[in-house]
Write a protein of this length. Structure first.
Lengths: 501, 485
């Protein structure tokens, strides 16, 4: 994916701003959510009315710690907030509460998976280090209407976790893989919803290039406020090409802040270093240093779900799943857990269950939801298993009927469709429809012998005996007809070969 | 009635209300009459809603009649400095910037006063955004010292002190960032207490310098001051720096005559007026005669207090006052342009010169390249001052100094010399930097002008300060004093 010619190396670091999944805002009790009328979700604290004070939302703190635990970070015993001072109408206090010197999460790493040679082949895995993550407040939104400007403070004070990576990413594909992995981890732990259409995940992207083999990093640019994974990918591709072009033309890279126009697919300069803000950071005197007790950390550690790729490895290595099915399942924690419940009910054929879940169940759930979910989504839109008409044990029952030879694989598809419609057990549907396979050897032997004796098939028998393997299939049709399609096809095949030998 | 109601203490008014010989309505009507006669001369209040006051008084009388009185402050008016939010009342900080603002919410202290049955009585004048020591920085009006109407009442809680000295109200609330309760209390001959940092919630106090600001009670006697303090002090989940008295018990008073009193070395030399020094020395001798142990203590970094304060306070103020930009509330410039131009114009028009001076200073000391030399250094000096005060207070119960080096000066006398004005707070600032409780107690006169002494104690030793004040007050004639108007 990277456009960089082989003698250049691109170095990328990301700052990912994630809105945390909390009921209230980060320093106020006002609730927040998407799609409300402007300035509906405000209170005196959010609006920065004179005399109001911030109070740290415990839920936001715990979600931040949970993120840290998910990526194996250190949770410092203390964290503190600073004021970042700048004037803009979307900023109700004209300072933003953020964490400059004592962030809530330090270190950690995110495992990523690069695309494989094909869909069925696992790609390379890599670890991307996290420098730190800090908990801050979002700002409102300013828009220009006619002769005036309008400001909506619904978003102001929404908890934002800013996750800062080390400059460990080396291509647009890695940046993309990192964001997909990060989103999966955040959503699976319940830390954030990461709905990019609602602006719940926004990135600042630092890019520099250097000659391959060079130790010194090149001058970097920062492209701000990218609101989709594809914008990050496109920015990296664009900025890498631009910087290489500049350097190869003998010019130097200016350290600058840039914007990205997704419609035109091109970047532009926002401001250069000389225009950089002096934010006059200082410790916020309204929020005392927060002590994070080790009991809290221990309690939250119990909420950390199994790591995405640990789960994937377990599915492939322990359960014997094909890579493709495993990778589909692990991207959705609820789906994976649903799958595991089914496996618990029928432990001998995880692959059979995985195939039904990853293909048939997902397809029907998506179809019944009426949409395949939003596009630029990091993981497949999580399907709603809450409304799934089939329970895990029921699906396991269906696979067991197939494995026991009670129904054929073809019949299983029909039964599955019926289960999805009615929510009934597989066995009940098989009985009601009379689908139970005929595996009575004695009865089938008699029918097979009658069919073989029929002169209408003499030609096919002759051809089979002459070495045409496929000719045997012509005999199966009449057998199925006589048994109303219930004959066990495997058994029929065995019997035909026995009698024609 | 023998005594005019406006001369009585809150405690005495409370006894009469409880006895049924007085109603809150009668009291409030008398005070409104007093207001109409005197406020124009003194200029203590910037707003008083008679109708609202009488409605509150009637509600209080009805509660009491129904046997649902809420305690010793039931029916007693408390006037409030104009930087403390009361729902439905103006909240302007005596600034043009906030002139149109009516608070949509109650501060924690307003809630506490309502819960105690008090009457939330009018808005008191102040230096704009509490920045000043004379109330001359008010954009609304001048306030004059009731003892000499040609002189300043002190500040920034000048309205709060003058209202008491003029008999306009029995109790008032002030706020104190570097001496803004104690200095005007001293100049007006009343009692003013700055509590330990964190004892009273700042929720609803318009921030000047958040790490220094405290709301405190002001009254004409120690007893009244304590009454009001007890109503205000409580933990509040809306202020993360407030712990209230609940999880750390206030230090018990002990026997006032056994208090150990420290006299900081050199404090009585520095530009202290002879009459002030004489009054304060007389107070020291009084305590010695009562049996208190008097000793000299060293506070070697005391000289750093004023410069440290003006760095820390202005740095915080430059950020705290950032929110006043005309976008959401308050003054908005009519000269519209882009949103950012509108914000700049609104701030240029809305703030007065002293506020601008401090915003500029605070912005400078936090700027990249200067923050280490000023702000970070000031934090170190602050820590040192706090450590020295705590060390001194490990050996004595209270430190005694004058509250202000000189009596109230004439209106306009120091208006052109901010540096001279900043020295008004030289004795009071360290208590804010160190988060310590401190009180100003009237102790005499310099000519016709009141003089107070200043006691500083260890954190949460308010009870000791009050006990010491009570001992002095009982033996002297300065309690309940009012200027003749």
């Amino acid at each position: 994916m990277s456009t960089s010619p082989s003698d250049w190396e691109v170095v990328i670091g990301l700052e990912v701003h994630v809105q945390l999944h909390t009921r209230a805002k980060v320093f106020a009790s006002s609730p927040w959510g998407f799609g409300k009328e402007p300035n509906e979700q405000v209170d005196p604290v959010v609006l920065g009315l004179p005399g109001t004070l911030p109070v740290v939302n415990r839920e936001a703190v715990e979600k931040s710690i949970l993120f840290g635990l998910v990526v194996g970070a250190e949770i410092p015993e203390r964290c503190a907030w600073d004021r970042k001072n700048y004037f803009y109408p979307d900023n109700p206090k004209n300072y933003q509460l953020t964490q400059k010197d004592f962030p809530i999460v330090v270190g950690g790493q995110v495992e990523i998976e690069l695309p494989g040679a094909s869909r069925n082949v696992m790609g390379e895995h890599k670890f991307i280090r996290i420098h730190h993550a800090h908990l801050e407040e979002d700002v409102g939104k300013l828009s220009h209407a006619g002769s005036g400007s309008l400001v909506d403070y619904n978003r102001a004070g929404v908890p934002l976790l800013e996750i800062v990576t080390e400059p460990d990413l080396r291509s647009s594909a890695e940046a993309e893989a990192f964001l997909r992995s990060l989103v999966a981890m955040l959503t699976q732990a319940g830390v954030a919803d990461c709905d990019m259409e609602k602006g719940q995940l926004r990135c600042d992207c630092n890019v520099s290039v250097r000659r391959r083999g060079a130790e010194k990093l090149g001058t970097r640019t920062e492209t701000k406020n990218l609101n989709s994974i594809s914008s990050v990918r496109d920015t990296v591709i664009y900025e890498t090409a631009r910087q290489i072009r500049e350097l190869e033309a003998g010019r130097s890279i200016t350290q600058e802040t840039r914007g990205w126009n997704a419609e035109l697919a091109r970047g532009y300069v926002l401001r250069d270093k000389e225009d950089a803000h002096d934010y006059r950071y200082f410790p916020d005197p309204d929020i005392p240093t927060l002590k994070i007790s080790r009991q809290t950390v221990t309690r939250l550690a119990k909420q950390v779900p199994e790591n995405l790729y640990d789960r994937q490895r377990r599915y492939v290595e322990k359960l014997g799943l094909p890579y493709t099915a495993a990778s589909v399942l692990v991207n959705d924690r609820a789906l994976a857990e649903w799958f595991e419940l089914a496996v618990a009910a029928h432990p001998t054929n995880p692959s059979g269950i995985a195939n039904l879940v990853a293909n048939d169940l997902l397809r029907d759930l998506a179809a019944s939801a009426g949409a395949a979910g939003s596009f630029d989504q990091a993981a497949p839109a999580p399907v709603s298993l809450a409304s799934c008409p089939i329970k895990p044990a029921q699906l396991a029952g269906l696979v067991k009927l197939t494995d026991d030879g009670v129904i054929s694989k073809q019949q299983a598809k029909e039964v599955f469709a019926e289960m999805f419609k009615s929510g009934q057990d597989a066995a009940a549907i098989v009985d009601a429809k009379g689908l139970r396979q005929n595996s009575d050897t004695g009865e089938l032997e008699k029918i097979v012998q009658e069919v073989i004796a029929d002169p209408a098939v003499a030609k096919s028998i002759a051809e089979y005996r002459a070495g045409n393997e496929k000719a045997i299939n012509a005999l199966k049709g009449p057998i199925m007809k006589r048994t109303q399609g219930k004959a066990n096809p495997v058994l029929i095949d065995q019997l035909l070969r026995k009698f024609l030998a | 009635m023998a005594d005019a109601l406006h001369t009585l203490s809150a405690a005495e008014l409370g006894r009469r209300l409880a006895a049924g010989t007085l109603t809150s309505r009668a009291l409030c009507e008398a005070l409104i009459v007093r207001y109409q006669a005197v406020n124009e001369k003194v200029g203590a209040f910037t707003h008083l809603d008679h109708v609202d006051v009488l409605a509150q008084a009637d509600a209080s009388d009805a509660r009491r009649k129904a046997g649902q009185g809420r305690g010793p402050l039931e029916g007693i008016p408390v006037a409030i400095k104009d930087n403390i939010a009361v729902k439905g009342q103006p909240l302007t900080c005596s600034s043009k910037m906030l002139a149109p603002l009516v608070s949509p919410y109650d501060s924690h202290v307003a809630e506490r006063l309502r819960a105690a049955g008090a009457i939330l009585y009018g808005r008191l004048n102040m230096d704009e955004f509490a920045m000043g020591s004379s109330t001359e920085n008010s954009a609304v009006r001048k306030t004059f010292n009731p003892w000499d109407l040609a002189r300043i009442p002190g500040g920034s809680s000048g309205g709060s002190a003058a209202a008491l000295a003029a008999g306009l109200v029995p109790l008032s609330l002030g706020s104190d960032t570097g001496g803004s309760i104690r200095q005007p209390a001293s100049h007006c001959g009343v009692v003013g207490l700055k509590p330990s940092y964190g004892l009273i919630s700042r929720f609803g106090l318009v921030a000047f310098a958040s790490s220094l600001d405290q709301i405190g009670p002001m009254a004409r006697s120690i007893e009244d001051c304590e009454l009001l303090l007890n109503a205000l002090a409580s933990a509040d989940a809306r202020d993360m720096t407030c712990f209230g008295p609940s999880d750390r018990t206030l230090t018990p008073a002990g026997e006032a005559k056994q208090l150990r009193i420290g006299i900081p070395k050199g404090f009585l030399g520095k530009g202290v007026a002879p009459e002030v020094a004489a009054a304060v020395n007389a107070a020291v001798e009084f305590y010695r005669a009562q049996g208190c142990a008097i000793s000299e203590v060293e506070l070697p970094s005391a000289d750093l207090a004023v410069p440290t304060y003006y760095v820390v306070a202005t740095a915080e103020a430059s950020s705290n006052l950032g929110r006043y930009d005309g976008v959401r509330y308050g003054h908005r410039s009519a000269s519209a342009g882009t949103p950012v131009e509108m914000m700049t114009a609104s701030r240029s028009e809305g703030f007065g010169p002293e506020v601008k001076r401090r915003i500029l200073l605070g912005t400078f000391v936090l700027s990249a390249g200067y923050a280490d030399a000023y702000y970070v250094r000031a934090l170190r000096a602050r820590a040192k001052i706090r450590a020295e005060y705590l060390a001194a207070l490990a050996g004595v119960d209270v430190l005694l100094t004058p509250t202000v080096p000189t009596p109230a000066f004439k209106v306009g006398e120091k208006a052109s010399d901010p540096l001279q004005l900043y020295l008004e707070d030289i004795f009071t600032i360290p208590a804010n930097l160190a988060g310590l409780p401190a009180i100003s107690v009237p102790c005499g006169k310099s000519g016709h002008l009141p003089v107070g002494f200043h006691l500083v104690g260890a954190p949460l030793s308010e009870a000791k300060l009050l006990a010491a004040g009570r001992l002095f007050e009982a033996a002297h004639g300065f309690a309940h004093q009012q200027a003749a108007l």
